[in-house]
Write a protein that binds this ligand. Structure first.
Ligand code: SF4
Ligand code: SF4
Length: 461
């Protein structure tokens, strides 16, 4: 042992000595000579800006010009007839529609919440809030105190449930059959509140397919005029619907940030989850956005993609999957984008039904609870978001909206109003009216705290 240490020290001293001698020699040579050619590798010019790092060469995309033309031709026309046909033939959609007709949406939602809580009871897990209280005690941190509204930074508008697709994981149960849409008066009121809310920096527009809703362009343009960032949560195929030929250009002209769903880079998986023909149309939508500068290096037009798992499992690490997506989409189609967001499938609505029918709800809830990560608490989106539905009601997040769980009443409401009404955009003048309110939670919230956390902007840890 002693020998080893002595040996190491000796080696170190010898090395230091040699190094010092070498440095002395080099500096002597440099000082004593003005001719740099005496030094074999000293050829660096002083115009350092001319020394560029070369980007590693990427292979040319595999898709040929002819194939691109065929893709463009084949993806023309509306997706809606295909979606409706699939809805008619799909057993689960049919059962769902029949149940809505028979029991009504409210009753089904209540039942869904009970099923989730029963699944948790079966594995001995209390309510989300109690679970957080216990975790706060055991980790000696106030996670429970984090379940309150901070100053609102993101104003999320769900402007309608109409969609040209009917994906089988959709937590808002959108489809071409849903006709609920925000009207002009509600949109105008939202903009009024926005103009009084200096803490908000971003308007996040979602749906359904928001571009297909009547007030989309009005809200986008007015929000841009207020100097706010605007996000369009785009399903990509909506850009190709007849009548939407100038939508992509409208987005570019208004510097809208596009966050687009693409749950896989494989055609088979995308079509399975989102419907026949969706993959090709999504690719065509991405090519269209790229052609306008979206997602290109150095361009101010941002294009982000969203991955959500196809089944009852958690998403892989976001950064690793982003590399894979970039490789696949470039190599196969020459598509570029900025970032990939991974989002956990929330056990809500269609995905909750999907799990329940397969007898997998309990296992999925168990998976979420087992992977609870207290570090995700600080980044929960419900803290700095407010979510507004198509008829102006206020929610802590989009999931609570779909579960009919309105947010608590704003501070300025009278006690009577507080007990009798669901708060709406007409009950607040500014988002500061809802700061510090307690967030409404339920069993689905375990979806946001599992693994690396999940929000509309991807992971939260
Ligand atoms: S997941 Fe998106 S694209 Fe699919 S039906 Fe729902 S809103 Fe439409
Ligand atoms: S579902 Fe997620 S975002 Fe919504 S209230 Fe629960 S924890 Fe917050």
């Amino acid at each position: 042992m002693f020998q080893n240490i002595t040996g190491s020290v000796q080696r170190f001293l010898r090395y230091s000595l040699l190094s010092r001698q070498h440095i002395r020699q080099v500096s002597i040579t440099q000082h004593s000579s003005t001719n740099q050619t005496e030094l074999p590798d000293f050829k660096t010019s002083v115009d350092v800006h001319e020394h560029k790092l070369e980007r590693p060469k990427r292979p040319a995309p595999r898709i040929s010009k002819e194939e691109l033309k065929i893709l463009e031709k084949d993806t023309k026309g509306s997706l809606i007839p295909e979606t409706l046909k699939e809805m008619q033939n799909d057993k689960e959609f049919k059962i769902n529609m029949e149940n809505i007709k028979k029991y009504g949406q409210k009753k089904l939602t209540r039942e869904e919440r009970k099923k989730r809580q029963r699944a948790l009871n079966d594995i001995g897990i209390p309510s989300f809030r109690d679970f957080i209280k216990t975790t706060s005690k055991s980790e000696d941190k106030d996670f429970h105190g984090l379940l309150r509204k901070t100053p609102i930074e993101i104003f999320q508008l769900n402007i309608g449930l109409y969609c040209n697709q009917a994906c089988n994981h959709c937590h808002v149960e959108s489809s071409p059959k849903r006709k609920e849409m925000m009207n002009y008066q509600t949109a105008e009121r939202c903009l009024e509140v926005l103009s009084n809310s200096p803490s908000v920096h971003t308007v996040d527009i979602t749906g359904g397919a928001p571009e297909l809703c009547s007030e989309f362009r009005f809200i986008t343009q007015k929000s841009s005029e207020l100097g706010l960032n605007v996000i369009d949560r785009c399903n990509l195929t909506a850009l190709l619907e007849p009548g939407q030929e100038d939508t992509a250009k409208f987005l570019a002209d208004n510097q809208v940030i596009v966050i687009a769903s693409l749950p896989c880079y494989s055609a088979k998986n995308v079509n399975l989850q989102r419907g026949a023909g969706v993959f090709n149309k999504s690719i065509q939508g991405l090519l269209l956005l790229n052609s306008l500068g979206y997602g290109k290096p150095g361009s101010p037009l941002q294009l982000h993609l969203v991955y959500n798992p196809l089944g009852a499992f958690l998403a892989p690490p976001q950064a690793d999957l982003e590399v894979k997506y970039k490789e696949e989409l470039w190599d196969n189609f020459g598509i570029e984008f900025n970032n990939l967001f991974t989002i956990t499938n929330m056990p809500v609505k269609r995905f909750a039904d999907f799990l329940y029918r397969r007898n997998e709800l309990k296992d999925y809830m168990h998976l979420l609870v087992r992977n609870f990560n207290s570090q995700s608490m600080e980044g929960l989106m419900c803290r700095n978001y407010v979510n507004i539905n198509w008829d102006g009601k206020l929610f802590d997040c989009d999931f609570n909206q779909q579960l009919d769980m309105p947010m608590r009443s704003p501070k300025n409401q009278s006690n009577e109003a507080q007990s009798s009404r669901e708060p709406s955009i007409w009950d607040i003048n500014s988002t500061s009216d809802i700061e510090d309110l307690r967030i409404v939670t339920d069993s689905h919230c375990f979806g946001c705290t599992a693994g690396l956390g999940s929000s509309c902007q991807g992971t939260t840890v």
